[in-house]
Ligand binder design. Structure first.
Ligand code: NAP
Length: 244
């Protein structure tokens, strides 16, 4: 397989860092961004074996200018984008009635608007080349909901809708668009759940555990494999059977 240019948003930690590691392992050129740099990112940038294969841009994707600048930089460096994985996301938990305007804006501005900004900038380039593949990292709560996650669940349901619409819009130009509805992962984001809630989720999960970034990365690699030209417009559930 030839070296692909892979853009993964929010790769500085958690699932995003796992996705970056997976695509570096498959030999691709990987560009990522986040607001802050982490030891993981520093280690990739300093690794001589990865020289020229990792690009990091500090960016707040809730800001349109940052999203456009990030995509522009990737194209200036590597000439194209073959794979886009919209992973950056944020959750705010609490009873909706107690939410501030800022809590609502934070979730909607990144999860929906930020994803649309990046995808708009990338899809323009993919359209011109008549090839590419996009995966949106969604969540099972976009379908099932979860108490205390109304804004977040709404944002993930929106991503699923965007996935289906874009698959129709871009399909005839050789571009596939899918989403992965992830189950609960042990990352910084799930720290909002207490140990009892996590144990309850594990008990209800046929696979008997929480998800790992690798579980999602494997599904992502399948959807973005260049041989996949027929799976598009789908929301693939990867949740250990929790919501099946
Ligand atoms: P995480 O550990 O909180 O990581 C989020 C990543 O996004 C970080 O790299 C973060 O870096 C970046 N990010 C946050 N705000 C950003 C902004 N405004 N602009 C650019 N980058 C930003 O979360 P995670 O659990 O890995 O989640 C990754 C994705 O999986 C999200 O879309 C999430 O909704 C989805 N997901 C997670 C779970 C779960 O249980 N954890 C379940 C289902 C789906 P900075 O903060 O430095 O910007």
């Amino acid at each position: 397989m030839s070296q692909r240019v892979v853009v993964i948003t929010g790769g500085s930690r958690g699932l995003g860092a796992g996705l970056v590691a997976s695509y570096l392992e498959s030999g691709d050129l990987v560009a990522t961004c986040s607001r802050s740099i982490t030891p993981e990112v520093e280690a990739w940038l300093a690794d001589p074996e990865l020289a020229g294969r990792v690009l990091f841009e500090p960016a707040d994707l809730a800001r349109r200018e940052d999203a456009d600048r990030f995509v522009k930089r990737v194209v200036e460096e590597w000439g194209r984008v073959d794979v886009l994985i919209n992973n950056a996301g944020v959750a705010r938990d609490g009873i909706l009635g107690m939410f501030s305007d800022d809590d609502i804006d934070t979730v909607i501005d990144l999860n929906i608007k930020g994803t649309l900004y990046v995808t708009r900038a990338v899809s323009r380039r993919m359209l011109a080349r008549r090839s590419g593949t996009i995966v949106n990292i969604s969540s099972v709560v976009g379908r099932s909901g979860y108490r205390g996650l109304a804004a977040y669940s709404a944002s993930k349901a929106a991503l699923d809708g965007m996935t289906r619409a874009l698959a129709r819009e871009l399909g005839s130009r050789g571009i596939t668009v899918n989403a992965i509805a992830s189950g609960y992962l042990r990352t910084e984001m799930s720290h909002g759940l207490d140990e009892e809630q996590l144990q309850q989720i594990v008990r209800r999960t046929p696979s008997g555990r929480l998800g790992e970034p690798d579980d999602i990365a494997r599904a992502c690699q399948f959807l973005t494999d260049p041989r996949n030209t027929y799976v598009t417009g789908t929301v693939m559930v990867v949740d250990g059977g929790l919501t099946g």
